[in-house]
Write a protein that binds this ligand. Structure first.
Ligand code: PMP
Length: 404
């Protein structure tokens, strides 16, 4: 187990006071705070290295390019991709999925085809596919969910037919904390020759991910949810698939040769990376991945699981408490409602106690509809949260309940 006190010292923001109370930051599912090493890497690069990557012969450009490409290698190793050519830098999970929906759709989706998503997807893993369906005259099929927040795999199997083109599923629900059996989901699709995209936005920050072991065809995640900077994310794709897809955006960097008659495209991964990348952010993302790797993803998982169990157990002390999602496996997200108290009121009053939680539909309106609710209060944990902070949350909730 790592030393939580020392860990917290790496995150200056955690010592802030909010309304004169110590900040209790439990909105890590939305974004995580940044350790010094990440911010310092950005400052250092802007102060000492900054130059555009790939195109320059001069020293700084080469140094910036090295940092950028070493970062790609760090990402590769972190998710155990086979080759760095399979790591595309994007602006985040949302852009990763939009890129894939566009490129995959252009190459493989025709009128009457079907795309499978699950009930518990974030809007960013629904809407890009819906837009593709509109463009191509295809349709979305949805994996249904049981009341306990787990996907119904029998019904999933029944969705497949010869028109099924791709399955898109989140590894961890950002609302329910459900950890989906993605290996099984991928296996079922592969038996029918269908590729799978896994949304790893809520899994990569919390436990080790190995894309080769999962055997997913595509995998997306965001830097800012794993202690890295905003504005950078990753789309992993198996080389054999990426080779078959057309480019996303046109511009510099993604080309080999351009003439007014004809343009040839660059090799992987550059074919998908038009324009100047956020090379400062990619470098800082690599420092964030180094940071969590040094702590150990297994250790982080153990720590956060302990917090999650403790939070679910203690929140149940509150009368009228309803906690969403399955008992097991349940990742570091606890969504709840207290009978008779609107989620927005709960969130606003907790904020007055210095406790940052998220309220609302969490960009998962179809899931809310399935649950028959408008929204929840969501506490989501990160590697720096403590049991004392869970206690503060529970005491805060109890106080709000008393007020009502
Ligand atoms: N998928 C899931 C499961 C998420 O939780 C989020 C962020 N809340 C996203 C996708 C979108 O990530 P981003 O906003 O970083 O693109």
């Amino acid at each position: 187990m790592y030393d939580i006190k020392m860990v917290r010292e790496d995150f200056p923001i955690l010592s802030r006071k909010i309304y004169n109370r110590p900040l209790v930051y439990l909105d890590n599912g939305a974004t995580t705070q940044k350790p010094r090493c990440v911010v310092e890497a950005m400052v250092d690069e802007y102060y000492n290295v900054n130059a555009n990557v790939h195109r320059g012969v001069h020293f700084l450009s080469q140094q910036a390019t090295d940092l950028h490409e070493q970062s790609r290698e760090t990402v590769r190793a972190f998710i155990n991709a086979q080759s760095a050519a399979e790591i595309l830098f994007t602006r985040g999970t949302t852009e990763s999925i939009n890129l894939l929906a566009f490129c995959f759709g252009e190459a493989f989706v025709r009128t009457g085809d079907e795309i499978v998503v699950s009930t518990m997807e974030h809007h960013s893993n629904i809407v890009p596919w819906q837009m593709l369906c509109e463009r191509k005259g295809a349709r979305l099929r949805v994996i249904p969910m049981a009341d306990d927040g787990t996907l119904l795999l029998e019904d999933y199997r029944a969705l497949f037919n010869e028109r099924t083109k791709i399955v898109c599923c989140t590894q961890v629900s950002n609302v329910l904390g459900t950890v989906n059996p993605v290996k099984e989901i991928i296996g079922e699709a592969h038996r029918r020759g269908v590729p799978v995209l896994i949304d790893g936005a809520q899994s990569t920050p919390h436990f080790p991910v190995d894309v080769q072991e999962l055997d997913c065809d595509f995998f997306a995640f965001s830097g800012h949810k794993i202690y890295g900077p905003t504005g950078v994310g990753v789309l992993y794709g198996k080389e054999e698939w990426l080779e078959k897809l057309p480019p996303y955006q046109g511009g510099g960097e993604m080309i080999k040769n351009v003439s007014f008659e004809r343009t040839t495209y660059n090799e992987l991964p550059y074919k998908f990376e038009a324009g100047t990348p956020d090379y400062v952010a990619t470098h800082a993302l690599a420092r964030a991945l180094d940071y969590v790797s040094a702590l150990g993803m297994e250790q982080i998982y153990g720590h956060e699981q302990e917090l999650t169990r403790y939070a679910m157990e203690r929140l149940r002390e509150v009368e009228g408490m309803r906690i969403f999602g399955p008992e097991e496996p349940h990742d570091a997200v606890v969504s709840f409602l207290v009978e008779g108290i609107h989620h927005l009121d709960m969130g606003t009053l907790l904020d007055r106690l210095g406790i940052a939680v998220r309220t609302g539909h969490h960009c998962a309106e179809p899931l809310m509809r399935r649950l028959g609710i408008e929204g929840t209060v969501r506490a989501s944990f990160g590697l720096y949260n403590t049991k004392e902070e869970v206690d503060a949350l529970v005491e805060g909730v109890k106080r709000v309940v008393k007020m009502f």
